[in-house]
Design a protein around this ligand. Sequence first.
Ligand SMILES: NC(=O)c1ccc[n+]([C@@H]2O[C@H](COP(=O)([O-])OP(=O)(O)OC[C@H]3O[C@@H](n4cnc5c(N)ncnc54)[C@H](OP(=O)(O)O)[C@@H]3O)[C@@H](O)[C@H]2O)c1
Length: 269
Amino acid sequence: MTGLNTSKTILITGASSGIGQALAERLAADGHEVLLVARSSEKLRVIVCGIKERGGHSHYMAADLADKNGLDALVGAIKQKYQKIDLLINNAGIGWYGHFAQMPWDTAQSLVLTNMLALVKLTHAFLPDMITRNEGQIINISSIAGDLPVQGVILYASSKAFVNNFTKALAREMTGTKIKITLVKPGPVLTNFYNHANESNGYHIPGESLGITVEQASRTIIKCIGSSRRVVYVPGYFAFMPWVDRLLGPVIDRLGPMIIPADKKGGVY
Ligand SMILES: NC(=O)c1ccc[n+]([C@@H]2O[C@H](COP(=O)([O-])OP(=O)(O)OC[C@H]3O[C@@H](n4cnc5c(N)ncnc54)[C@H](OP(=O)(O)O)[C@@H]3O)[C@@H](O)[C@H]2O)c1
């Protein structure tokens, strides 16, 4: 259950699978009106049908967040359909595993646009109304990778480091208001993220064996709703993560090439 007493309008990006889907289904079951966004319209349609069959209220809008025009059109369509968004969950994200020099430019560009620009754009679109109403919440899904600039996930980790700083600074700007800004940093969660990487590479990303279930992750994220906590690690024991690079940087320098040899082919996840 969330910390919200009344039904709210909730926008979730990346809701066609994994963490976003689980959040959408749970929040709709709790009586909230949920708008699901992702590229795969058929997957979204099926999820929304399931929610409606169970008595929930939800809609979907298919959009490619890496497409500037698509993003502008999405914001316009949401503003036309909904009077307000009470909770924005910026969850959509992609990663890529492999050495940066081997990363195709199109993939690099999509990653930057999806993980950073779309999050900034949606925040910029819906925050002013929250400020006018002096209520609302934005939850940005980052990653423990944002604390760890490690070989093999350079651009992904950097995009999440951006999300970390953006979100923490925004929370500071909202001091003195009733608007809650929450940064969520999951560790490994068993979703399509890993399936995609395994399909394209045929080998496993380090950390996958430590993965928690989507249900565990979404339960913890839902507890952040209505809470004033600014940074939440999922699971909580990953709170040591910011210290790893500071204390073990030289060890990571040496271990990195064993984890991701330069000849490994990269893949999207
Ligand atoms: N799984 C993990 O171990 C883990 C750990 C830390 C943080 N995270 C973060 O958690 C978030 C959710 O990931 P997940 O694990 O649930 O992975 P997932 O199952 O692959 O979900 C990613 C979601 O993002 C959507 N998406 C990707 N690119 C998009 C685009 N250009 N436009 C619109 N939607 C797009 C995907 O939908 P479509 O393909 O239909 O567009 C999908 O719904 C991500 O931000 C990820 O970085 C995951």
